[in-house]
Design a protein around this ligand. Structure first.
Ligand code: AMP
Length: 305
């Protein structure tokens, strides 16, 4: 099986009430690839500038991420900076510099065109569309975005992306922006009417919801004693979710629910350290152990009076 991702590879500057870090490895494609590669081979399509530290590319390679589609060009790498509020959930984007992404034209290496599973991570929807046009016959396509892209011309492109995918990941704010509905059940239903079968709403420490033909499935967040940096939690969730589906090769209701739990577990590790640092020491048995603990946390006997 083969999983292709297009998205941002970034240098992030993050401030939390407790610490701040400058120019650390970030980006939607980075989090997604590193997480997903634990279960399935990943092909990465993105661009970095000549200032991007080679040690990060080595880290991708160590995780067996195929970086043939990661272009390095003259110029500055994409940069994003954000500041988290006291609650460590809400955040303000302080700055987004597209830099080398401004003129990026993704050209897929030939082998990538046959990829069966596709994740269109948060990036300019026009780039998501260009990638989609180059793949031949994918089995499952999922996409993500961010409020930054949900306005004007790029919003129009994102609507086209939505209509050609099988699943979309959104947070509450994005769900409301896209649908114009405040209530999340109504918002998810409205987004499904735009042509995408499954809507996954990510709600930070309030967990995630899957909305599809079977109804709604809810997965609470795994309770943690401390959160160091929530950045990338959404991409790590998607990395766990999509790689689980690719690994199993099925899309039935039971598999989708397991994918929600696997995504919840991988996202919970992501926030325990800054940037992608937690993944430097994480292995699959630790993730599976957390999935088992999670099963205990949500298990209860049927109620009968
Ligand atoms: P998340 O916390 O899951 O929403 O993902 C945050 C990551 O998305 C950061 O590492 C950023 O580098 C990246 N990012 C932020 N804004 C954008 C944007 N407008 N387009 C693409 N990637 C972005």
């Amino acid at each position: 099986m083969s999983l292709l991702v297009v998205g941002s590879v970034a240098l992030d500057s993050i401030e939390t009430p407790f610490a701040s870090h400058k120019d650390v490895l970030g980006g939607s494609a980075s989090f997604f690839s590193v997480v997903a590669s634990a279960l399935t081979p990943v092909r990465m399509v993105a661009v970095v500038g000549d200032d991007f530290p080679e040690e990060h590319v080595d880290f991708f390679r160590q995780r067996e991420v195929d970086v043939e589609g990661l272009q390095r060009v003259e110029g500055r790498t994409f940069r994003w900076s954000g500041r988290y509020h006291e609650n460590m959930v809400d955040r303000d984007t302080l700055d987004t510099q597209l830099n080398v992404f401004q003129d990026f034209k993704p050209v897929l290496p030939d082998a990538y065109r046959e990829s069966e599973y596709i994740f269109l991570a948060n990036i300019d929807p026009k780039l998501q569309l260009q990638v989609l046009e180059q793949v031949r016959n994918p089995k499952f396509v999922a996409c993500d975005t961010m409020n930054f892209w949900l306005q004007g011309e790029t919003l129009e492109s994102f609507r086209k992306v939505l209509a050609s995918t099988h699943a979309v990941f959104v947070n509450d704010e994005e769900a409301r922006l896209l649908s114009g509905e405040h209530n999340l059940v109504k918002a998810a239903a409205a987004i499904r009417k735009m042509g995408v079968e499954r809507v996954i709403v990510k709600r930070g420490d309030a967990g995630a919801q899957l909305h599809d033909d079977d109804g709604i499935f809810i997965a609470p967040a795994f309770p943690l004693e401390g959160v160091a940096d929530p950045t990338g939690a959404g991409d790590s969730f998607a990395g766990g979710f999509v790689s689980y589906i690719a690994n199993r090769g099925r899309l039935d209701g039971a598999t989708l629910r397991q994918a929600m739990v696997f995504g919840t577990a991988t996202a919970s590790f992501s926030v325990e350290a800054f940037s992608l640092d937690r993944f430097k020491t994480l292995d699959l048995p630790q993730v599976l152990d957390r999935c088992a603990k999670y099963g205990e946390l949500v298990r209860f006997d049927p109620i009968s009076l």
